[in-house]
Design a protein around this ligand. Structure first.
Ligand SMILES: Nc1ncnc2c1ncn2[C@@H]1O[C@H](COP(=O)(O)OP(=O)(O)OP(=O)(O)O)[C@@H](O)[C@H]1O
Length: 253
């Protein structure tokens, strides 16, 4: 199983957003951090891969072109978490997570699987709460649970930690990391937190002006020069007291 992108281009009308995005086969078990400044085209790329936006070029998962997948294949293979949070409704959090499995038409699905996902994400206490009583961050956790419960081969996660506090950011990244490794899945995760990307991802794709500016292992891709080009900032990469690299931003250019 692998994900390959070959010359992916995406436009909104006549406005070209992404040009010739090519990524060599991404292997199972890989967490890819998709980075770049506001408007760089990160969400557009993910929407293209999720089947929500048409693209030119080739994007294949396990040899199957994503654009040609049926809705059923897409539901089975791809776990998309959009940037927008799930609506507050009177449905219980448990019902909201269960609904995606029902949609997928899984007849042999066990309730225990849903409970396990709530437990793994440490949100069992939210299961019987109506969605409209959950905070933004709690609803973001439910959105992630909806993706994980389906055990997709490919996770497309659009800023899944944007509404989360520091503790939950760590919990979620750890859970995604574990899911990707244990299920041999691939995750593409958009984030503006370059230190989280540095710490948790296997591979970074840094977009700039609709193209790939840098790609590869985080320590090699997130250089001071690349950060200056991509984000217009003066960055420093230091070693923390535990010996891990940490990126510090001194000022905006
Ligand atoms: N529906 C749309 N119609 C026209 N242009 C759009 C549409 N959605 C996005 N764009 C444009 O596409 C470009 C890329 O947007 P996109 O949302 O992919 O960026 P992003 O890298 O995800 O940004 P952010 O970090 O702010 O979420 C932007 O210039 C944006 O204005």
């Amino acid at each position: 199983m692998s994900l390959t992108l070959q010359n992916i281009s995406i436009a909104y009308g006549s406005k070209k957003i992404l040009s010739d995005i090519t990524l060599d086969a991404i292997k199972p078990g890989t967490l890819v951090a998709l980075l770049g400044k506001n408007g760089a085209g990160k969400s557009t790329l993910i929407k293209g891969l999720a089947g929500l936006k048409s693209y030119q070029g080739e994007a294949s998962l396990d040899g199957v072109e994503l654009a040609n997948m049926t809705q059923h294949q897409r539901l089975k293979s791809i776990g998309y978490v959009p940037q927008t949070l799930p609506q507050g409704s009177s449905l219980l959090a448990y019902e909201v997570v269960k609904s995606v499995v029902t949609l997928q038409g899984e007849s042999t699905f066990k309730e225990q699987t849903i409970e396990d996902v709530f437990e793994r994400l440490k949100i069992s206490h939210l299961a019987l709460w109506p969605m409209h009583k959950l905070s933004g961050g709690q609803r973001q956790m439910i959105s992630l649970a909806q993706a994980i419960v389906r055990k997709p081969k490919l996770y497309l996660l659009d800023e899944p930690t944007s509404a989360l506090d520091l503790n939950w950011q760590m919990q979620v990244l750890k859970a995604i990391r574990e899911e990707v490794s244990s299920q041999n899945a691939i995750a593409i995760l958009i984030s503006h937190d370059i230190n989280l990307a540095l710490r948790y991802s296997d591979q970074v794709v840094l977009l700039n002006q609709g193209q790939i500016l840098a790609e590869g292992p985080p320590k090699e891709s997130l250089t001071v020069d690349h950060l200056a080009q991509a984000y217009n900032v003066n960055a420093r990469i230091e070693s923390c007291s535990k010996g891990h690299p940490i990126i510090l931003i001194d000022n905006a250019l």
